[in-house]
Design a protein around this ligand. Sequence first.
Ligand code: NAD
Length: 515
Amino acid sequence: MSTMARWAASPCNGPLPNSARSLFPLITGMPCCPIPMKRYDNLIAGTWVQGTESAPNINPSDLDDSIGDYARADAAQTDQAIDAAFEAAALWGRTTPQQRADALDLIGSEILARKDELGALLSREEGKTLPEGIGEVTRAGQIFKFFAGEALRIPGEKLASVRAGIDCEITREPIGVVGIITPWNFPIAIPAWKIAPALAYGNAVVFKPADLVPGSAWALAEIISRAGLPAGTFNLVMGRGSVVGQRMIDSPKVAGISFTGSVPTGRSIAQQCAQQMKKFQLEMGGKNPLLILDDADLKLAVDCAVNGAYFSTGQRCTASSRLIVTAGIHDRFVAALVERLKLLTVGHALSPGTHIGPVVDASQFRQNLDYIEIGKAEGARLLFGGEPLTRSTRGHYLAPALFTETEASMRINREEIFGPVASVIMASDYEQALALANDTPFGLASGIVTASLKHSMHFKRHAQAGMVMVNLPTAGVDYHVPFGGRKGSSYGPREQGSYAAEFFTTVKTAYVSGA
Ligand code: NAD
């Protein structure tokens, strides 16, 4: 464990290690616990600006631990950030690919160099385990490095015209100011996979993180603030979605909104952006199926189910919350899964040995418990877990829940729960399993565990999802290939990899006559 991770995990944090001081710039004294409340401001036009309000960032593993006091902007401050980005966009859009590549590479290098301390901060504020937190930070660093390379590879085409003596040149240009709105469950990776391409392709950014996880967002912004971008190119505006996010959607100076979050918010953003002819891209929820066929390797099937359904506390858009199991393996699979669930440790996100951290906050915790009651009332059998757990610190601890004897039509199988809750649906054969997998309003990720080449090939072609996993968990993706879904899960161009250019650039066709 790094110095910072040890410090963060200690019940009485005491003085902050020197290596972590850049995360906590406004600490004046260094008393012992509780940690003094520190203030974290917004970054607007290259300056750190106090919010009109602020809110504490509470550790879901320990509700007595407040990470700091984070600014909340009002609409007027959001306008200042948008104005600054609007001015800076012209400047940044004219920088050379090399300048942009250098800045992104610098940001990526610092994130990677500080992955342990940033991972500890992430786990402390979001509740995923420390290895998961460090893994996510590593991913964010890799994403910045990848888009440093993409800045040097902005695609274009040259074609002969259908008319004599004329060339057609197709180039990509930045769209201008991009508003970035992100959810709480990936506090640094999702911001990274939107901010890095936005900057790589020459756009200015106004970034609004989720209210629950401002710490990682602030740390990322602080790193970006030292990367040599012109003031205003990147702005951090923490605050409420209904205030800051809404202003970004309303402002005519914002050319595009890149959003990840829930379906209701996404739907409302889509309607408002369409009304204004504003570009938008939405990544939303999932109700992802994992098929387990009779011929599956049992251990692999259980590994995929546990990882996909319960790791990161089930709080992943790609979580496999529906385990669709064919009849011949059903009983063996359920028995093996329950044995594995008994071995999982639910605990403080920063404690060594924790497999599943807490649920992110009281409201999500309540929602999980409500769905567990709904499942029971619908006639599903709660075979394992689902009860609140008490630990040495006050936190939102929930035993991973497994429902069996469920029907596809039950609400627990149709609605996104977004917690450590999964259901088994029994299918008679592969054909029925595939039909059940596709019978959902969502279409993000879809997985299958089978030894059959025939079924895996068929599934790859016929799963109605943006991402298909064969003999792998539904969660866990690469950063250099497109990410996104179909149906109610996504709308607009794909994110990540070179496909990100589609949203963050606009195409221009030039006709040039040699005459
Ligand atoms: P949410 O929709 O409540 O909030 C997402 C963001 O939108 C937050 O920053 C929030 O402040 C902001 N927001 C809320 N109301 C707004 C408004 N009226 N105008 C503008 N912005 C507003 O979602 P959440 O609870 O933070 O995240 C969980 C959801 O995100 C789940 O549904 C999950 O599946 C989804 N998610 C999807 C992906 C994906 O890539 N498909 C990845 C991660 C999470």
